[in-house]
Design a protein around this ligand. Structure first.
Ligand SMILES: [Zn+2]
Length: 139
C-alpha cells in the first residue's frame, strides 16, 4: 500500500491546480459541523434529505477547530484554487506588459534610453518588479 503521508504540496513546490481541482469532492456544499452530545463527537457532513446519508467524518470532542477546518475546506479550497488561478493569469498578463515596456525602452540606442543613461528610471522600476531585482545603477 502506498504511503500517502507525503503527497501534499510543499511550500517550495509549484501548486498543481488541476490536481487539486480533481481532488475536490463533488458532493454538495457547504458542509456542516454539528456536535453530537451523546456521542461526544463533532459530526461533519453535507446537507441531504436523510441526515445520516450526508455524514462525512467525525472528530473527537476536543477537535472543534479541526472539524470547522475540514467542513470549510469544501468551499474554501475551491475558492482558493480559483483565486490562485486568477492571480496567476493576472501576473502572466502583467509580466507580458512589463516585457513590452522593457522592449520599447531597450531599443538598442547605444546605452541611452529616454534621454538618460540606460537603464532609465522606467527600466529600473520594471527590473525592480522581477523576482531577482538588479542593483540600482546609481547605487
Ligand atoms: Zn527608457
Amino acid at each position: 500500500m502506498a504511503d500517502k503521508r507525503d503527497q501534499g504540496a510543499t511550500s517550495s513546490a509549484p501548486l498543481d491546480l488541476d490536481a487539486i481541482r480533481r481532488r475536490i469532492p463533488t458532493c454538495p456544499a457547504p458542509w456542516y459541523v454539528e456536535y453530537d452530545e451523546p456521542a461526544g463527537k463533532w459530526l461533519i457532513g453535507y446537507p441531504t434529505a436523510n441526515p445520516l446519508a450526508g455524514l462525512i467524518a467525525t472528530v473527537p470532542d476536543y477537535g472543534e477547530q479541526l472539524a470547522e477546518f475540514i467542513a470549510h475546506a469544501r468551499t474554501d479550497v475551491p475558492a482558493l484554487v480559483e483565486q490562485v488561478a486568477a492571480l496567476a493569469a493576472e501576473l502572466e498578463r502583467v509580466r507580458a506588459v512589463v516585457e513590452r515596456i522593457r522592449d520599447c525602452h531597450d531599443d538598442g540606442r547605444e546605452g541611452v534610453c529616454c534621454g538618460q543613461a540606460y537603464p532609465c528610471e522606467t527600466v529600473y522600476h520594471l527590473d525592480d518588479m522581477q523576482p531577482a531585482a538588479q542593483p540600482r545603477p546609481d547605487a
